[in-house]
Design a protein around this ligand. Structure first.
Ligand code: CU
Length: 458
């Protein structure tokens, strides 16, 4: 695909010629067949992120299938057990292929009536970024990803592929946004001007209780579902507001990216949903479902991984920057040239089994269908480049039970969870789906630098 973005003409990739890929809208319980033809110049595959599907259709290259070579095809059979917002992307050299436009959403309509509140409209937003020079793309690594430390943070943000995304709504309109972060490494901290967000759902469905929040942090591969009422005419900016770190200087500066704008017209929305929007719902089904699972939090975790990194031959100047400023999360790339130059060949990101020291693909846990597994992730703050990692579990769903020992009191089914620096995050993974599946960091460059393992469900 040839695309013009921010004044540069770029050669990129696309699914069916679209950017992002086609939005698939399916009913919960539906099965679709996807005839995938690889017409790009690299081996590829399609991973159906968050979907509890048959193992052979998971698209995990090297685990569930061989890469589909240029000119070849593969038939995916994708069954949607769960309502929610999902996405699809390659599972080989994500740092290049996903970044160049191979990503799209799947919106699964719930079978249950009134699963979500009534809104005036729904919008599906795929958030992304792209790293550009004056006239082109910053080069990718041929054999291994560049930016192997902090990951590739773009300098242009994109909403549904558009650096200047916009939406026009009526005054008082209530919009349900299904948000997906498809960036390689960037965490977004989203707000809609100063309007309150009603947080209603995440990766695989609804929270127990709806809640108000001024902003929503969304890590790579996570999804959040928020509702917003645009109560006054005029423009409302969609912002990502972060504290950006300058590694060289060791200080933070506020950084605000404008992702787009919502133009609110003067004409009033019909129907007027002011009253229902003002009400926070309590979801009895989820509260009942999670009550018994929550009791398992009192037991000790049976499986534990420590997150860290191993680096070969780091120049002293880089080492000083790495050690200088440990922070909970990298909101930006605080040392862009250093980071670009560090490749996945010199860096190994690690998932280390706390029990026996096995690393990455050697961990290989084994479970049985029906197991409810307590998994603990500890992000070692003394690691050479400590940063937050969004950990993704394929083929299953999980609850985040606790963070640093504090129980999570409003839960939702997830497939990706952030483990901030220095924190211990405990998941309850429901082993509902047989096969061989991956656990990995969803920062594309970390995955490319080894941060993955597999587990079997018999
Ligand atoms: Cu990571």
């Amino acid at each position: 695909m040839r695309r013009t973005i921010a004044g540069r003409t770029l050669v990129m990739y696309g699914y069916n010629g679209q950017y992002p890929g086609p939005l698939l809208q399916v009913q919960q319980g539906a099965t679709i067949l996807v005839d995938f033809h690889n017409s790009i110049d690299q081996p590829s595959a399609v991973h159906w992120h968050g979907v509890r599907l048959e193992n052979r259709s998971d698209g995990a290259v090297g685990v569930t299938q061989a890469a589909v070579q240029p000119g070849d095809r593969y038939l995916y059979r994708v069954h949607f057990r769960d309502a929610g917002i999902y996405w699809y992307h390659p599972h080989v050299r994500e740092d290049i292929q996903q970044d160049l436009g191979l990503a799209g959403n799947v919106l699964v309509t719930p079978a249950a009536r009134n699963y979500w509140s009534t809104v005036n409209r729904e919008e599906v937003l795929l958030l992304d970024d792209l790293l550009l020079t004056e006239r082109a793309l910053v080069p990718y690594g041929r054999e291994a990803p560049t930016h192997a430390l902090s990951g590739r943070h773009g300098n242009v943000t994109l909403v549904n592929g558009d650096p200047r995304w916009s939406l026009t709504v009526a005054r008082g309109e209530v919009v349900r946004f299904h948000l997906t972060n498809a960036a390689n490494a960037r965490f977004f901290n989203l707000s809609f001007g100063t309007l309150p967000l009603k947080l209603v759902g995440s990766d695989l469905g609804r929270y127990e209780r709806e809640s108000w929040t001024p902003n929503a942090v969304i890590a790579p591969a996570e999804r959040y579902v928020v509702e917003v009422r645009f109560d006054r005419a005029g423009p409302v900016p969609l912002l990502s507001r972060v504290q950006a770190l300058d590694h060289m200087a060791g200080w933070f500066v506020p950084q605000v990216d404008t992702l787009g704008v919502i133009q609110v017209l003067d004409a009033p929305a019909v129907p007027d949903l002011r009253e229902s929007f003002a009400t926070l719902r309590t979801n009895r089904d989820e509260i009942d479902e999670f009550a018994s699972l929550r009791r398992l939090a009192s037991r000790p975790a049976t499986h534990a991984l420590t997150l860290g990194v191993r680096m070969d031959s780091v120049p002293l100047a880089v080492a000083t920057m790495l050690w200088g400023t440990p922070v909970a999360a990298d909101w930006n790339d605080g040392m862009p040239m250093v980071n670009w130059a560090v490749t996945g060949r010199r860096t190994t990101w690690l998932l280390r089994d706390a029990e026996n020291g096995a690393e990455n693909m050697d961990v290989h846990w084994r479970f049985s269908r029906g197991d409810l597994v307590r998994m603990q992730f500890y992000n070692d703050p003394l690691s050479a480049h400590a940063m937050a990692h969004p950990i993704h579990v394929h083929g299953q769903r999980f609850l985040v039970l606790s963070r640093n020992g504090a129980l999570v009191d409003n839960m939702v089914w997830k497939d990706t969870a952030v483990v901030p620096v220095g924190e211990t995050v405990e998941l309850l993974v429901e082993m509902s789906n047989p096969g061989r599946w991956m656990i990995h960091c969803h920062i594309a460059e970390h995955l490319g630098a080894g941060m993955m393992t597999v587990f079997d469900v018999q």
